[in-house]
Design a binder for this molecule. Structure first.
Ligand code: PEP
Length: 251
């Protein structure tokens, strides 16, 4: 069954509230008529509330870039799912490679986050993907399998379609070195086949590609049979580029 594509913009640690406001005001009219694609922005925590207010009634959903698995407690600097729900967030990125690399997020940790996000009704986007050395060593598939099996350890098979996966080869993130169409399709199809070993819902699980997606390359990536959307970093900081990428999902 074909899925409604999801295009999410990860703003990372960019944009004050005033800058975020400028960006969303430029984005909203450009995506207003894009029926048939789900669009999300992932601003920093400090701009979530303002973006939720500004996006109200539009086609743009507001996701967070991270979450803690506990509801509350002594976890200095962290943000819980009830806090995200409280401000109106509707989804969350989990396990971005920057969180894994710089903040020590492990597969086991992600396995505890995923069911908490799902139980709260948030749309999780679980990021997976290999480094350049892992690809060169022929370890891409074993790595993807390990990351997916570990992260889904506590997810009921009937809930697999409620999780979106972002296949993001680390060597393609922020480098301008986008994966070839063949590499993207192969990895996304492999990820789906791993999920399909545990759940019939895998056909409906949205698998996004991420890594140097631009207005120029988006349409052909999004047309691949196992690519159901995109997770966009740098190009999501331009309303024109991000809107063009969203439109590319409809071609
Ligand atoms: C990302 O950070 O998830 C990402 C894909 O970044 P970029 O589009 O800049 O490569």
């Amino acid at each position: 069954m074909p899925c409604v594509p999801l295009v999410a913009g990860n703003w990372k640690m960019n944009k004050t509230v005033a800058e975020a406001e400028q960006l969303i005001q430029a984005l909203l009219p450009r995506v207003a008529s894009l029926d048939g694609v789900e669009i999300a922005i992932c601003p920093p925590f400090t701009a979530l509330r303002a973006m939720i207010d500004s996006a109200f009634g539009s086609r743009v959903a507001v996701f967070a870039q991270n979450m803690h698995e506990a509801d509350h407690g002594a976890f200095t600097g962290e943000i819980s799912v009830p806090m995200l729900r409280d401000v109106g967030v509707s989804g969350v990125i989990i396990g971005h490679s920057e969180r894994r690399a710089y903040f020590g997020e492990t597969d086991e940790r992600l396995a505890s986050k995923l069911p908490v996000a799902l139980d709260a009704g948030l749309q999780p986007i679980l990021c997976v993907g290999e480094s350049e050395s892992q690809r060169l060593a022929g370890e891409t598939e074993s790595l993807l399998r390990r990351q997916l099996e570990a992260a889904f350890a506590n997810v009921e098979p009937e809930r697999y379609a409620d999780v979106a996966i972002a296949y993001e080869p680390i060597w393609a993130i922020g480098t301008g070195r986008v994966a070839t169409l063949e590499q993207a399709q192969e990895a996304c199809a492999f990820a789906r086949s791993v999920l399909a070993e545990s759940s019939e819902e895998a056909e409906r699980t949205r698998i996004l590609y991420g890594g140097s997606v631009t207005a120029e390359n988006a349409a052909e990536l999004l047309a691949l049979p196992d690519v159901d959307g995109a997770l966009v970093g740098g190009a999501s900081l331009s309303a024109e580029s991000f809107a063009a990428i969203c439109a590319g999902a409809l071609l």
